[in-house]
Design a protein around this ligand. Structure first.
Ligand code: NAP
Length: 277
């Protein structure tokens, strides 16, 4: 999706994927800086490991405790730090700024794909890992109506609930299943990616008849077992492709300082992930 965008923006840049061992993350980030790389995206497990390696963190990374976008920055003649991709030349030191574009991307996708307006929505969130944490904290900041947290390791859901109560005391957050209806069930566990994965929640404890929509952060396969079950129960459904798209679009805007060509990015992403139509 990034290379499609770079073509539209007529930028002579290229976006490449590298597999990096966690033990070499620090030297990889420094090496990329020294090679003149303009920016990077990080995925698991690097999102958390990169936090202490950044020279400066955006509020987004600080809040969600994870970095998915690195921007290499240098100083202008007046001393202002700017992304190197937006500078005519690099002079002086280059620093690494860490940002997180995942949480905003989720909100945008929830709105576009399911018409969910987080403020006052009732949400059952499955998972308490990095993605769930970012989602829960962002939803709480938006003034979500009520949040239920369910995770295999209940202590992690309890820790997350405690963090939300501290940051947003007005937000109703509980660990466990709701007894009433919800606007959306949001899967932020990694279950659903592999064939044969079990459902990410206990259907005996909560029936999808009580959910209006179901959003699965997993996007491959396009229809997970959760989404198939939800569709059969009459729920509106969406997978995580929109979230993937918008976190990438936001990262591109940070590097280039220009609006991302979202339509070109979406079609490149769809054909890359699901194959040409
Ligand atoms: N669409 C997007 O753009 C986007 C962006 C970010 C993440 N994601 C997706 O979101 C998912 C979670 O990512 P993450 O970064 O939060 O990963 P993570 O930090 O490793 O968290 C994994 C979560 O899944 C749960 N889990 C894993 N295996 C399980 C099992 N066998 N049974 C029950 N629960 C299980 C974990 O529960 P425990 O706490 O009990 O281990 C934890 O809540 C992944 O599928 C990832 O691809 C999508």
């Amino acid at each position: 999706m990034h290379n499609a965008a770079l073509e539209v923006l007529e930028l002579d840049w290229t976006y490449l994927a590298f597999e990096v061992h966690p033990d070499t993350l620090a030297s990889t980030l420094r090496g990329a800086r020294d090679l003149g790389v303009l920016g990077l995206n990080l995925t698991l497990p690097h999102k958390l490991l990169a936090m202490p390696l950044m020279d400066v963190l955006d509020d987004s990374a600080e809040t969600y405790g994870a970095v998915n976008t690195v921007i290499y920055e240098s100083q202008t003649s007046s001393g202002e730090w700017m992304p190197v991709g937006q500078l005519p030349e690099i002079r002086g030191p280059v620093r690494m700024r860490g940002a997180n574009t995942d949480a905003d991307a989720l909100l945008r996708s929830l709105g576009e794909d399911l018409g969910i307006e987080p403020r006052s929505a009732r949400i059952l969130l499955l998972g308490a890992g990095g993605a769930a944490r970012a989602a829960a904290l962002r939803l709480a900041d938006e003034g979500v109506g009520e949040l239920w947290l369910v995770n295999r390791t209940t202590s992690k859901a309890e820790e997350l609930a405690a963090e939300i109560r501290l940051r947003n005391p007005a937000v109703g957050v509980e660990v466990g299943y709701p007894s009433d209806t919800v606007d959306v069930v949001l899967n932020a566990t990694s279950l659903g990616m592999k064939a044969g994965d079990p459902l990410p929640w206990d259907p005996a404890r909560f029936s999808l008849d009580r959910a209006d929509g179901v959003y699965d952060m997993v996007y491959r396969p396009a229809e997970t077992v959760l989404l198939e079950t939800a569709r059969r129960s009459g729920c509106r459904t969406a997978n995580g492709l929109g979230m993937l798209l918008y976190q990438g679009a936001a990262a591109l805007e940070l590097w280039t300082g220009r609006p991302a060509p979202v339509d070109a990015m979406r079609s490149a992403l769809v054909s890359e992930v699901y194959g040409a139509p």
